[in-house]
Design a protein. Structure first.
Length: 459
């Protein structure tokens, strides 16, 4: 990628605070030049036969597959993810490209019965799509937008988070080596208020896909409104983990730590509100304590590590602010001392459902355990938030599982599980957790315009 930069940005290893790399930060003029290249590349790409487009995307998937360990190690270094998690993330990037490639030839329209002729619909690419990716899952979420957008015939400009650009830059190199045309998939590292804002406001960008905070998502939505530019927004969450008295408590307690400690809690789907029916509340806490303390925290490069550091010093201070000195801490795990942005697993109980830790997104390894009385009370507490992204419920009663799933206002729910994301099923939120859906069988359609054509037969 050609660059004419105004500044540079240091990428730090969050486990050691060492400088990993110095990356040029894209300016407004860099963005403008990239958009112009992308427009030219997309015009040709849209004319590539579906089978050939799919074949090239399968080659991208194969290129990623051939460099899984390299990509995983980059994710460990720049994001502090445990190596086991990072290997899964690299594999997920590969799978996303393969899944999107399989959808190219299935992007079909409809033939709708009408009087006096034939009516057909077709899906046409939007043009240039901007994907603004976050730092918490930098490689997979970049591919959530990039892979289906490319498969649908668009060009993609990817702006990674300032703290985690390295996997994105390497991904684009691998796709270019695999045969994607020059200019079709470009990475523009840089600051959000500069490179991100320039992408959002550029008239040559047809759609913006953003994953990040609700506050920034609102700003992007407002900026796109002036041009009626479509957006997909995957924003914050404050997801509940609802445990009913009839649940398998041992299983629910053993699974709970992963729901808010995975990725050090830096997950918009984190179940940081654990709602437990009052009759089993004390017993659940007894079971939860050893499960939390057994989590292995340390060197992200060690295969036995389950939790690494937070992404930055600023994020660590944010997490600390939710656990003041008088907070009702009932469980606290261990964390390494010395260099690195470490924070221990922390459980608060009993706590008021109105304290900040119970209502705001923490994005760290902290959970609040709250009691509820009955099914209606559980639903009330679960929905007492501005967010509606994900959640879990634990019960042996199938009828209850279905009733509560219908009643909780969230886009992704799991019963007797904390699994929220699969690349072959839709993902997205209610309320202030976002707009639109990503992943799943309709992912490509979200990057197209539907055109309706009526052909008169002269009847």
């Amino acid at each position: 990628m050609e660059t004419h930069t105004l500044s540079e940005h240091h990428v730090l290893n969050p486990a050691t605070e060492e400088i990993l790399a110095t990356v040029p930060a894209s300016s407004e003029s860099d963005v403008d030049a990239a958009v112009r290249r992308a427009v030219t590349a997309q015009e040709s790409w849209a004319g590539v036969a579906p089978g050939d487009r799919a074949r090239l995307l399968h080659r991208c998937a194969a290129a990623i597959d051939g460099h899984l360990e390299e990509l995983a190690r980059l994710e460990v270094a720049e994001a502090g993810h445990p190596i086991g998690n990072a290997r899964w993330e690299a594999g997920n990037a590969r799978d996303l490209f393969a899944y999107a490639a399989g959808g190219v030839e299935r992007l079909t329209g409809l033939q709708i019965p009408v009087a006096g002729g034939v009516n057909i619909t077709m899906h046409e690419p939007l043009g240039v799509v901007a994907v603004i990716a976050p730092w918490n899952f930098p490689l997979p979420i970049a591919c959530w937008g990039a892979a289906p957008a490319l498969a649908a015939g668009n060009a993609v400009l990817l702006k990674p988070a300032e703290t985690t650009p390295l996997t994105a830059l390497r991904l684009a190199e691998l796709c270019l080596e695999a045969g994607l045309p020059e200019g079709l998939f470009q990475v523009l590292p840089g600051a959000g208020p500069v490179a991100g804002a320039a992408l959002v406001g550029h008239p040559g960008v047809a759609k913006v896909v953003f994953t990040g905070s609700t506050a920034v998502g609102k700003q992007i939505m407002a900026a796109c409104a002036d041009r009626v530019k479509p957006v997909t927004l995957e924003l914050g969450g404050k997801s509940p983990n609802i445990v009913f008295a009839d649940a398998d408590l041992d299983q629910a307690a053993a699974a709970a730590p992963a729901s808010f400690l995975d990725n050090t809690g830096q997950d918009c789907c984190a179940r940081s509100r654990i709602l437990v029916q009052r009759g089993v509340y004390d017993r659940f806490l007894e079971l939860l304590e050893p499960a939390v303390k057994s989590w292995r925290v340390g060197d992200p490069g060690d295969p036995d590590t389950q939790m690494g550091p937070l992404i930055s010093a600023a994020q660590r201070e944010r997490v600390r602010s939710y656990v003041p000195d008088d907070a009702p801490v009932v469980v606290r795990g261990d964390a390494p001392g010395g260099k690195g942005f470490w924070y221990p697993a922390t459980v608060l109980a009993p706590a008021s459902p109105d304290v900040p830790a119970a209502v705001e997104e923490i994005f760290g390894p902290v959970a609040v355990v709250l009691p509820f009385e009955d099914e209606a009370d559980a639903v009330r507490l679960a929905n007492a938030t501005a967010y509606g992204l994900s959640g879990s419920l634990w019960t042996r009663d199938v009828g209850r599982a279905l009733r509560v799933s219908r009643a909780v206002a969230a886009g992704n729910l799991s019963v007797n599980s904390h699994s929220s994301v699969r690349y072959w099923t839709p993902f997205g939120g209610y309320k202030q957790s976002g707009l639109g859906r990503e992943l799943g069988p309709d992912a490509l359609v979200a990057f197209t315009e539907t055109k309706n054509v009526f052909i008169s037969t002269g009847d």
